[in-house]
Design a protein around this ligand. Structure first.
Ligand SMILES: [Zn+2]
Length: 102
């Protein structure tokens, strides 16, 4: 039934599909973790990052390799409240069950 379906191949060398919400969260992550006095070991930071992104809408954009997305700061402004609360909630969850070894 599906044998005639044409496969789409994206040229990942030149053009990337990126989720700019990832950049927005990264941009705010450190200062928010600082203000919460949260652990900033690699395990905890990655766990908070993933938890926060799971609770935020993805914002996919097409960009050419190396191109800086000029609307990033506008996106951060638009979603700052949501991003801050997603990071804060993620940090609370991680701090209750941290995966770092000590
Ligand atoms: Zn940690």
């Amino acid at each position: 039934m599906r044998q005639h379906r044409k496969r789409i191949v994206l040229n990942e060398e030149e053009i990337q599909i990126r989720n700019y919400m990832e950049d927005c969260v990264l941009d705010l992550l450190e200062s928010i973790l600082d203000s919460l006095n949260a652990c900033k070991c690699d395990n905890c930071v990655h766990d908070v990052y993933a938890l926060a992104l799971n609770n935020l809408p993805p914002k996919y954009v097409v960009s050419k390799r190396g191109e800086v997305y000029t609307k990033l700061s506008a996106l951060i402004q638009q979603f700052e409240v949501d991003i801050t609360s997603a990071i804060t909630n993620g940090s609370v969850i991680v701090s209750k069950a941290p995966r770092h070894d000590d």
